[in-house]
Design a protein around this ligand. Sequence first.
Ligand code: AMP
Ligand code: ZN
Length: 494
Amino acid sequence: MSDRRFMLYDTMSKSMRELVPQEPGHLKFYSCGPTVYSYAHIGNFRTFLTADLVVRTAEALGWQVSYVSNITDVGHLTEDSLADAEGEDKMARALQSKEGERFANVWDLADHYADAFVEDWRRLNLRDPSVRPKATQHMREQIVAVQELIAKGHAYETPTGVYFNVASFADYGKLSGNRDQDDLMRAVRDVVQDDNKRHPADFALWKKDEKHLMQWFSPWGWGFPGWHIECSVMAMRYLGETLDLHAGGEDLRFPHHECEIAQSEALTGKPFSKLWIHTRFLQVEGEKMAKSKGNFFTVRDLVEGKNADPLALRYALISVPYGKPYNFTMQTLRDASSNVERFRLCEEKVAAALSATRPGDDAIGPELDALYDEALAAMLNDLNTSVALAKALEGTRVILREAELSGACADSAQRFLDRINALLGIVRHESDAPASNSPKVDEARIEALLAERAAAKAGKDFARADGIRDQLAAEGIELRDSPEGTTWRLKGVV
Ligand code: AMP
Ligand code: ZN
């Protein structure tokens, strides 16, 4: 493949830019993780999958990737998305909700949702980050960073907390475009104002609160950190002062990422990240997801509640490039399910052909290699997943088209499936975590039933043979008859 430049739409410069690691062949990448006050929804995962695809594409180029994705387990307030930190702590509020009643305390709640999040992450076959830091485990560094910002004249203390002084940082607004007084006033409207702040857009680095459910002792008394400071601190702690790439959902551009930039660059005097990418929000059935509209889905709602195949859900969520609006529907998931099924059929066909080792030429290798190159080229073009998936599917057509695969063809097909899986993660699970929609299967019992069915068929007892098929189907196990015999699999349809 000739052009192996990794191009991304950089939301800072609003242009396509090449991702060039500062250290050749070693990408340093930070992607904002979830706030763990409830189960992550499929929109969140659209954003996390974007990061996953960056990692996979970089690895396909042979790069080493240092990938940090955090867990926010303190400090994200209900009004943080509007502007400055106001409102209630999201986790403290979750504890007081109906679902929160089952937790002993807020720490227990955070642990539960953080574990559930990692479980969903693995179900959808996302690569584990090199580090998954938690805000609560980096409190000391956050306090030190706030002290330094005060010492450098970028922050000040008030009776309610410590605030970043946006007027002290000339570049404030360079990411979001909220640069002048009017822009900032518009962006921070509707927010309860703290009269002690010098400017309404100044944002909290530390909140004083002796009654807060999660609190730490600091030079400013008991309290907790503002949401933004954790990402600056954890990104720089693990990846250095300038990242190659920083990612998140589109809502994070302002205020979260704008504030991360201000804090980090005020501390170091260096650019915080070379490039920025933001994932467009996922809508469901044409509307913003909302519990009240019945279109709000967590990963577990679909995987456990509707028996969706996790790989099909992954396929569906990446099927539209991250920078484009995406309206997710149940039909998208059904289509993804049948596409994922094609890869499974290929896997079976290739496994059978590899053990048969039939003689013959490699009639499909060059075609498959070209399709893989085209899939990779699409990913290098701002993660164009719709083209990459189309090329991958074309590959399945090539493999399934052959009546029989020679040993040489099977080798090529296997290489194609392995490389497509490494790039897109849609062929098979790579992590050890179980695909959690799998019913508990007793393989020995199924094999015994298959033997009994074969015997019934041989004895022309078709009623018994069909009975066994139906019994297994009711348990979520599908049988497939072929001249080589009968195989079984878990059904993964919505
Ligand atoms: P949160 O847990 O609210 O901090 O969100 C975690 C990540 O999911 C952030 O990067 C958000 O920008 C992103 N996100 C939230 N809702 C959506 C959505 N509907 N579509 C895509 N990304 C989203
Ligand atoms: Zn962040």
